[in-house]
Design a protein around this ligand. Structure first.
Ligand code: PHE
Length: 408
């Protein structure tokens, strides 16, 4: 029957025990902020694209990288995880972290979900700009939908060692060796080092292109299931190191899964909101969804390299309200993200943050309690206490109804 199906863009998805996507989240599909004229995410997309177009040309003088910016966000578990060698029991697969349509389909959690199909189609150098979806905490830098740019570059042996044509005969890309901290078992040390150097120099140059030559950056070792070695790039911002991106040398097995045996390459993934917030001084991630001309007009510039600094229209006061409840009997099935999603659905963008402020177990009642502080703050006006109370009551009612909690 129809009640057991979700319809999105004319396609139906069978509801099962994995289904946790909400109508609110589905409503973000197709918004494509990164393609919206004079939106800060769109400006940033153009600047990143230009960097790659100008810095990397093929031997006919054309841009080396192809750009994909409108790939459909509903992907399979295979695309989002299996193709990327994410272990069966890895936390990133959990229902509490992803928006599943059902056990087979989900909203992509990262642009890496498209690496396999694009590599399989024969591409060696490409960028993907896309909206990605993750269940997460609520604060000024987290939103369940955000945007990423992914970059992939693959090399054949002669491309990797093209600067040293004399050495081409004597330097190999592949060997049957051992995995170390700096390379995979199938790669030679030389090849792994050259790819790592190409990756790091490209990304350092990109960050300097965006933030200026004096940007202070550092490399930190990291782990991703589909790259080795893996790194994160951090930048000093307001005296603190901020993580900007994840990257690494692609696991050879991910290429083999895409039908490529003779290449080695790198990949990176960057969150665009984080970058745009630093670049344009945007203080709250909800602003990216604002349709207020007072926000958008500030980014209506004719030169994409204009150094826009966002000026807040004005600051409206925060209204904190606490909510406390007893969890239902099956308390271990409850995740904080279940509550955060409910708040998003019911209260929407008037919520600035939600923080867990207290949890305890009542041994006599044999019940678990949670208290969250919800900070209500409108982006464009002052909220009255009456308005806040009304929304807060809706949140309480919805929590009792759909999470089966008991308000204390
Ligand atoms: N997909 C990773 C993330 O979203 C980032 C990444 C991309 C890491 C490519 C390595 C290579 O966190």
């Amino acid at each position: 029957s129809n009640s057991n199906q979700i319809f999105i863009n004319g396609k139906s998805y069978e509801v099962d025990s994995w289904t946790n996507v909400t109508p609110k989240i589905i409503s973000y599909i197709g918004k494509n902020l990164h393609l919206q004229k004079s939106h800060p995410l769109s400006l940033l997309r153009e600047r990143i694209t230009n960097f790659f177009y100008f810095h990397y040309k093929n031997n006919r003088g054309n841009p080396l990288f192809s750009v994909y910016d409108n790939l459909y966000p509903i992907v399979t578990v295979e695309q989002n995880f299996d193709n990327l060698l994410v272990p069966e029991d890895h936390v990133s697969r959990n229902k509490s972290d992803c928006y599943y349509l059902n056990s087979k389909y989900l909203l992509r959690g990262h642009s890496s979900a498209h690496e396999n199909e694009l590599i399989q189609s024969g591409l060696d150098n490409f960028l993907i700009f896309s909206d990605v979806y993750r269940r997460d905490q609520i604060d000024s830098s987290h939103y369940p939908v955000f945007h990423q740019v992914e970059g992939v570059r693959l090399f054949l042996r002669h491309e990797l060692f093209s600067l040293n044509p004399d050495a081409e005969g004597s330097i190999d890309v592949f060997e049957k060796g051992v995995r170390t901290e700096t390379k995979q078992e199938v790669h030679t040390y030389d090849a792994a080092r050259v790819v790592e150097y190409s990756l790091k120099s490209s990304l350092t140059a990109l960050v300097r292109h965006l933030f200026g030559q004096n940007a202070e950056v550092r490399w930190v070792d990291a782990y991703f299931p589909f790259t080795h070695p893996s790194f994160e790039l951090e930048m000093k911002f307001n005296g603190e190191w901020m993580e900007l991106l994840g990257c690494g040398v692609l696991e050879h097995q991910t290429l083999v899964k895409a039908g490529v045996e003779d290449k080695i390459g790198w990949a990176f993934g960057i969150g665009l909101e984080r970058l745009a917030m630093i670049l344009y001084n945007i203080p709250d991630i909800r602003l990216f969804w604002s349709t207020d001309p007072g926000f958008l007009n500030q980014f209506n510039v004719s030169d994409i390299n204009t150094n826009v600094k966002y000026k807040p229209i004005s600051i409206y006061p925060p209204c904190p309200n606490d909510i406390s409840f007893w969890l239902p009997g099956n308390a271990d099935e409850f995740s904080d993200n279940d509550f955060y999603d409910l708040v998003r659905t019911v209260a929407g963008d008037v919520v600035e943050q939600v923080n867990l402020v207290d949890k305890f177990y009542h041994p006599k009642k044999k019940l678990y309690s949670r208290t969250y502080r919800i900070v209500y703050r409108h982006m464009e006006k002052t909220l009255t206490q009456e308005e806040v109370n009304k929304v807060h009551r809706l949140v309480e009612e919805a929590a009792e109804r759909s999470l089966e909690v008991k308000i204390r």
